[in-house]
Write a protein that binds this ligand. Structure first.
Ligand code: CAA
Length: 380
């Protein structure tokens, strides 16, 4: 077993860390307050090569691995979880699907600008009738010669409105069995495709979450990703990698919280000594550091398995479950350590706590992670 990082992995992590510290962190609180997405940050991430970390150079990426990618999401989320999820959805849901299931033409035309950071991606599976039960979707794509006509609504779409490329899952078969769904690549601006409500949220407020509306939206057969009927498999397999990304986002939130707690515990004096010298606080910090280390090992392990072609669905679900529960617990404990300050916007802990909550919910609730894990463990 070898736990050290390669020079390339270290270089990507320090690039992401430096960018997060100098460009993302300073505006995170204000963007959260204003619920404002900053496209400029995505553009700069493209210039730095962070928007296509795992994809080969011929498709606009930098040819690194999934561990490097999750480390980048972790570093961004350490200061701003909204920026972390933007990169996560863009890479592990959209880029991954295009790289894995796309034709050569789709990779050159669609994946390349995605990887270069010239176009932003969004993934849309959820509907008002289908959250955890993804098969219960109602959006249809009806075949009309060499065209498909889409009708229906998608909700809770991360990067919605801002993205240029949307992966959309719809029913193409008569019965809602797993072979009755297909995946489509739909560009913003396509006739019949508009945006609905923008959600007002508790957390990740500078990441836009929108509704998509398809009203007789006509797309050609060339917009189909994979084969007709392969959509459910595409959606599910993408979520395996997506869960590595959300595990990394939660890990970053937890680490960012611990960074803030350490600075506070060293600075603030109570009863004549720094707060961190009190055993009750020091032991809380020890517990936080321990859980974070465990979350990091689980997350990197799942990403490493993806990189070397081993199955990683169970490991990704375990990492997502553990990291998100860790982030929630640590942010709540941190708030308590900060006392009344924690309840104000003087420190980022209240934002970290609000941001942590959704990591237990999206890309499959933690109850769905337990379902996925238990099915695999029992089958083993
Ligand atoms: N990879 C490939 N194929 C898979 C798969 C995977 N990980 N998981 C399932 N499949 C295949 C199965 O092999 C099966 O194929 P066959 O019918 O050919 O045998 C088919 O898919 C159906 O699988 P199941 O029988 O397991 O389906 P199910 O309906 O019992 O359960 C579920 C599926 C796990 C509950 C699934 O619906 C699920 O993951 N739900 C959660 C949805 C979710 O995570 N949504 C997140 C939205 S995106 C998001 O949140 C992004 C964001 O905003 C940040």
């Amino acid at each position: 077993m070898f736990f050290d990082l390669s020079d390339k992995q270290k270089m990507i992590r320090s690039k992401a860390r430096e960018f997060a510290k100098s460009e993302v962190g300073p505006t995170a609180a204000q963007r959260d307050e204003e619920e404002r997405f900053d496209r400029g940050l995505f553009d700069k991430m493209g210039e730095l090569g962070l928007t296509g970390i795992p994809w080969p150079e011929r498709y606009g990426g930098i040819g690194a691995d999934y561990v490097s990618y999750v480390m980048a999401v972790e570093e961004l989320s350490r200061v701003c979880a909204s920026t972390g999820v933007m990169l996560s959805v863009h890479t592990s849901l959209v880029g991954w699907c295009l790289y894995t299931y796309g034709t050569e033409e789709q990779k050159r035309k669609i994946l390349r600008p995605i990887a270069q950071g010239k176009k932003l991606g969004a993934y849309s599976l959820t509907e008002s009738s289908s959250g955890s039960d993804a098969k219960a979707m109602r959006t249809t794509a009806t075949r009309d010669g060499s065209w498909y006509i889409l009708n229906g609504n998608k909700i809770f779409v991360t990067n919605g409105g801002e993205a240029e490329i949307y992966l959309v899952f719809a029913i193409t078969g008569a019965e809602q069995r797993s072979k009755g769904y297909s995946a489509f690549i739909i560009e913003r601006g396509t006739e019949g495709f508009t945006f609905g409500k923008k959600e007002k949220k508790l957390g990740i407020r500078s990441s836009p979450t929108l509704e998509l509306i398809f009203d007789n939206c006509r797309v050609s057969k060339g917009n189909l990703l994979g084969e007709e009927g392969e959509g459910f498999k595409i959606a599910m397999s993408a979520l395996d990698g997506g869960r590595c990304g959300i595990a990394a986002q939660a890990l970053g939130i937890a680490q960012g919280t611990l960074d803030t707690v350490i600075a506070f515990a060293n600075d603030r004096k109570e009863f004549g000594k720094p707060l961190g010298h009190r055993q009750a606080i020091a032991f809380k910090i020890a517990d936080m550091a321990t859980k974070i280390e465990a979350a990091r090992l689980l997350t990197y392990q799942a990403a490493w398995r993806e990189s070397i072609g081993l199955p990683y669905g169970k490991e990704a679900a375990i990492a997502k479950l553990f990291s998100s529960d860790t982030a929630m617990q640590i942010t709540m404990d941190a708030l308590q350590i900060f006392g009344e300050y924690g309840n104000t916007k003087a420190y980022p802990v209240e934002r970290f706590m609000r941001d942590a909550k959704v990591t237990q919910i999206y890309e499959g609730t933690n109850e769905i992670q337990r379902l996925v894990i238990s099915r695999m463990v029992l089958a083993d």
